[in-house]
Design a binder for this molecule. Structure first.
Ligand code: OGA
Ligand code: MN
Length: 285
């Protein structure tokens, strides 16, 4: 049986079947996955338990992997862990711990690594341990948001440049960086409108790290970014994923936003391992 691709909403997200990621994916199947990724933006796989090595090997087929910044618990490795479990002890991390505070940033709608000079192509999140209730992840498409705008509004956005800043998004949740950490992530600039090089379809690079529009008064730019974000994340546009252990999701950081939802972190264990693929070919401003 070959790969199956089942669209999950009218405009984005698809469930992929008929493939065993751990066993190795041949070039034909990988080409089908890659094409589906460009078309659907979010790919959901079930029953794909992976070791760290297998996740890295599969992820590297999409491009070079990011290393996580040092403020994160997995600093320096290719993994970002969304987890309440201490790597060393295996025990549950206290709610007040800085590592848990940092993860609260995930409750804001965002795309990963838009605050980096070289932004991300996609993220791959592997569910290793899943709480019995809560901890779903929600997704929206900024391609659908862009395509839903009237043509004259689309034209107004075409040449705008957005400043993205990790300090901006973390400030919103009251998380403070040390001066040394802050110095590692200076603000960066990206085109607001992204054009998919394969499909030619446009999307919006917005989300929590998007601070303001370059050349506009900060508050005016922020108001536009908020308006676009509110449009993109209307409840009826959301695809919500309730995780099962062994699920794996690939999302396009150029055309989708995601956010975590709460679970009882003092009671239930959650361990999600993310690899992040960078996009050295991203357009520069
Ligand atoms: C991420 C992320 C959300 C979640 O891994 O980048 O935002 O539900 N995860 O863990
Ligand atoms: Mn994220």
């Amino acid at each position: 049986m070959g790969i199956t691709i089942e669209p999950l909403t009218e405009s984005f997200a698809a469930r992929i079947g008929g493939v065993d990621l751990a066993g190795g994916v041949d070039d034909t199947d990988f080409a089908a996955i890659r094409r589906a990724f460009e078309e659907h933006g979010i790919l959901i796989f079930h029953d794909q338990p992976l070791t760290d090595e297998e996740q890295i090997a599969f992820s590297e087929r999409f491009g070079p992997l990011e290393r996580t910044i040092s403020a994160s618990p997995t600093g320096g490795t290719p993994f970002a862990r969304q987890s309440n479990i201490d790597i060393q002890s295996g025990g549950i991390i206290d709610k007040q711990d800085r590592r848990m505070e940092y993860q609260r940033g995930n409750y804001l709608w965002h795309a990963d690594s838009t605050f980096k000079e070289t932004p991300s192509l996609c993220s791959i999140l592997s569910a290793r341990e899943v709480p019995p209730v809560g901890g779903a992840t929600e997704f929206v498409s900024t391609r659908a948001a862009h395509e839903g705008l009237p043509p004259e509004r689309q034209a107004e956005l075409d040449d705008l440049v957005v400043e993205h800043d990790l300090l901006h998004s973390r400030r919103e949740i009251g998380f403070h960086f040390t001066a040394e950490e802050a110095a590692q992530t200076p603000p960066v600039r990206h085109p607001l409108v992204q054009i998919n090089p394969v499909t030619g379809r446009k999307s919006l690079m917005i989300g929590a790290h998007a601070s303001h529009i370059v050349g506009w008064p900060v508050e005016t730019g922020r108001a536009l970014l908020t308006e676009l974000l509110d449009r993109a994340t209307q409840p009826e546009a959301v695809y919500r994923h309730e995780w099962r252990t062994g699920d794996l999701i690939i999302w396009d950081n150029r055309s989708a936003l995601h956010r975590a939802t709460p679970y009882d972190t003092s009671k239930h264990r959650r361990l999600m391992q993310r690899t992040t693929i960078s996009n050295p070919n991203a357009p520069r401003v």
